[in-house]
Design a protein around this ligand. Sequence first.
Ligand code: ATP
Length: 418
Amino acid sequence: MRIPPLIDDMERQDSGGLTAMLHTLRMCAANHRIPLYLVGGPVRDVLMGLPVRDLDFVVEGDAPFLARHVGSKLGGHVVVHHAFGTASVTLDGDRIDLVTARGETYPHPGSLPKVNPGRITDDLARRDFSINAMAVQVSDDRERLLDPHGGLSDVTAGVVRALHAGSFVDDPTRIFRAARYEQRLGFSMEPETSVWVGQAVASCCVQSLTGDRVRHEIERILHEKYPGPPLMRLAGLGILSQLTPGLDRLPAVERLMGWPSQADPMIYLAALVYPLAGSRAEDLVQRLNMPNSWARVVRDTVRLRELEDELSHPALANSGIIRMLRGISEDAIRTLVLVSHSSVAALVLQEYLDKLRHIGPELNGLDLLAMGVSPGPCVGRMLRELSDAKLDGSVETIDDEKRFVREALVQGGDRQVG
Ligand code: ATP
């Protein structure tokens, strides 16, 4: 069947690097009689009338050759991975990805697949869902849709359908992907696919995945415009609790969903782990092989939740708040402002972000030295005492600060202040 003339449309909409790359790529493929196909997400999105984000091409032939040709003709930056037969070209900030058509087999469940060169039909058959297993041949002028797995009718019906019964056992990351597409597109899982997902979850298939692979899929969910619904869906499917017990309790994610404009991935990560006990959170950090930036947010969120009661204490001085929050990541603090079960703690944290953390003495270290404070650690300690006094309201103006320092020097002479 014919579909909307997508390449022409894209070329009309874009006057930059993308147009030039598309044009050169198609010319080169046509001249060398290399079949070239747009595949996966962009085809799905064009058929749904959604904006296209990334362009992925499959080549029945030498993808790196085409990429180098486009790169050398236009001066784009080419990256080739020979082992995978893949290449990308970047020009003026736009990027296209080219893959040599391949089929794949799974040596054992959850492993990365073994790939062999193949035809476009092999390449489509290895994909996750019918809606992602369509291609449009773009190396001749008549753009034809290849849809061997019924993707178009599933797009029309709003259905996420896996291609075969073993799909989720072969690659359990597809469970995360199914939830992501379903919730992003407003689709539902096709009933048989739902059964296959249930069977794969019941067999604890997620255990076969490396931490990096699971984390990568979670990261993609956290970067969705609305990460809440796919996370809730995964919790309902029973897969999150297989990563660490308790991860399927999502009260904080639910609360965050009440703030629809809040889509910061790190805030969602923090909300996801908010209810976890410290040891469970640590298990998750290890299980997902988290980079430091994630691990810090996870640990600080759990730590901050443990401090909620103390933060809500009416007698807590501002200087005490500052001491408690010293070194805690801002993402964790911002998250608790939105999701903390203690409204008092949330207010305290908001005040910390808006006001308290900006309060400090006007005098600096040089001023203190000039006033007679001994060089070395005394300077730092005096600055901290000044800060606390200012936070707690006993010092306001710069004259108050000077008086405070003079009094400290008189009381202690050249003592180690503090
Ligand atoms: P998005 O709209 O989120 O960018 P996409 O469809 O471009 O989605 P990618 O994760 O970039 O998704 O993958 C590109 C294509 O590769 C998918 O459309 C799908 O056909 C295929 N694919 C990706 N991951 C898998 C997988 N785990 N199993 C099978 N096919 C996959």
